[in-house]
Design a binder for this molecule. Structure first.
Ligand code: LLP
Length: 463
């Protein structure tokens, strides 16, 4: 995530606190299309609309805080990935970024497949009609019950994550009289340039089986001997929110060299490789993400070249973008509550949500943008920290940003690029009620995940 220290610009207050933040945009009313969903625009009266509906109307109808997802944008991004990878490759949307039944239907209609990583995600996918053979099942500790359900449903692939799981899945498949299609997840030994908690291809972490010391080759050897398994390929996922393609290229090269080793040792050419997800998106105007067609081209070229060199048939490639599809398509709408200027420091702007609807700032030091969306303002920019209403000081939504200095309680502000890993990681901390997700398209808004109620909370409390 890019971050730069800027000197005070002409429109800054005279004295700014120590810190690293981008200079305020020349026009705080402008909405950078890099971070806002496709149909978000300022209307003539100065408020912001999405899918043709202005935010004040949305706030009145659905309340705040709430996530609004631009369905047109979601479908366009899904289609762009699908088109970029063409017919010789498969795109699996990573449901962990955000999953609901409506999303499953959009994906199905747009021709994408789905990656799930829990029984809950699998149940959601199946209940919304995603064909089981278009589902990949992931996880480093799938339960026997989850595996059984996945095999019974007929999922297209289970991604095996350990030696124990190879045996476990083979045993379950065999006892159900099935031969389960599987991939073996390997860790290729790449240090992805991202936050430590979301890097997954270095050796010292819980996912996959290491390539480096021959463990991955041994895992494939064992899996090939088991009747309950059909080994279709190798899987690699190097991490998340990554901008630099170099890590993916190294991963692709190492996976292809494992395919060559398997061919040499076992006379088998595995037909598929999956290069995972992880492509970064713009959270602020400083971020410059890659387009799906650039990624498809880079990965396709490297796999083809390496396969030609190793005299292998080019395998079918699949990828698993989550954030890159859903992330930019949604924003969180908040109402401004208490505003607390701290002399010589910054102004704390409290909103009616917080770390319960967006834990990413607290967890990964993530950066976000924010804008006043219920009106325009020509007031001077003020340096703000947007915070939530939870009982801890780490409850920060946007660490450093600029909002107009005439901001007042009751104004609506929105944080863009919250489609991925916000609702899906939301919590009930302090018994917060998780916000709804509202899909907006062509002048119509409909709730796809409803707001939690106090009855929902109390229903679980059976003591
Ligand atoms: N495939 C596998 C096997 C994964 O583990 C993940 C993400 C993806 C695909 C999708 O990655 P994406 O394209 O969305 O980056 N909560 C963190 C991100 C955790 C990602 C976990 N795995 C965050 O908020 O940044």
């Amino acid at each position: 995530m890019s971050r730069s220290a800027h000197p005070a610009g002409p429109r800054h207050a005279d004295v700014l606190p120590e810190g690293h933040y981008s200079a305020p945009a020349d026009d705080l009313n402008a909405l950078d299309p890099k971070v806002w969903a496709q149909t978000v625009t300022r209307t003539e009266d100065g408020s912001v609309s999405v899918g043709g509906i202005d935010v004040a109307t949305l706030a009145e109808q659905f309340g705040t805080p709430a996530y609004f997802v631009d369905e047109t944008d979601f479908r366009a991004r899904a289609r762009a990935w699908r088109t970029a990878f063409g017919h010789d490759a498969d795109v699996f949307y990573a449901g962990k970024a955000f999953l609901s039944r409506a999303v499953v239907r959009w994906l199905h209609e747009e021709g994408l497949n789905l990656d799930v990583c829990s029984g809950g995600e699998l149940a959601t996918a199946l209940s919304a009609g995603m064909p089981a053979d278009r589902i990949a099942f992931h996880g480093n500790n799938k339960s026997v019950e989850e595996i059984t359900k996945a095999v019974e449903a007929g999922v297209g692939r289970i991604v095996l994550d350990s030696f124990q799981e190879i045996v476990r899945v083979a045993h379950i498949a065999q006892s159900l009289g099935r031969r389960q299609r599987v991939q073996i997840r390997v860790t290729v030994g790449v240090e992805a340039h991202t936050h430590e908690f979301i890097a997954t291809a270095h050796e010292d972490q819980k996912f996959g089986i290491a390539l480096a010391d021959g463990q991955a080759a041994e895992a494939v050897r064992r899996a090939l001997t088991l009747d309950g398994l059909e080994v279709i390929g190798i899987h690699s996922h190097i991490g998340s929110q990554i901008f630099d393609m170099a890590g993916f290229e190294v991963a692709a090269r190492r996976v292809v060299s494992l395919l060559a080793q398997i061919r040499d040792e076992h006379g088998v050419e595995l037909p598929e490789i999956d290069l995972g997800g992880g492509l970064g998106i713009a959270y602020t105007s400083d971020d410059d993400p890659r387009e799906p067609h650039e990624i498809a081209k880079a990965l396709g070229e490297i796999v083809t070249r390496e396969c030609e060199a190793a005299k292998l048939r080019t395998p079918r490639i699949s990828v698993e973008p989550g954030r890159a599809i859903v992330g930019p398509t949604a924003f969180t709408l908040y109402e401004v509550g208490t505003i607390k200027p701290l002399e010589g420091l910054r102004t704390y702007v409290s909103v009616d949500g917080g770390m319960s609807d967006n834990i990413r700032t607290a967890l990964y030091d993530a950066e976000y943008s924010v804008a006043l969306v219920s009106r325009t303002s020509d007031a001077e920019p003020m340096l703000v920290r947007v915070v939530g209403k939870h009982c801890e000081s780490g409850d920060i939504v946007v660490k450093d940003a600029f909002l107009p200095s005439d901001l007042a309680p009751g104004d609506l502000i929105a944080v863009p690029a919250t489609g991925a890993y916000c609702r899906s990681m939301a919590s009930n901390y302090n018994h917060a009620l998780r916000p709804p997700v509202v899909a907006v398209r062509d002048g119509e808004a409909r709730v796809i995940v409803r707001r939690e109620t106090e009855e929902d909370l109390l229903r679980l409390d059976v003591g």
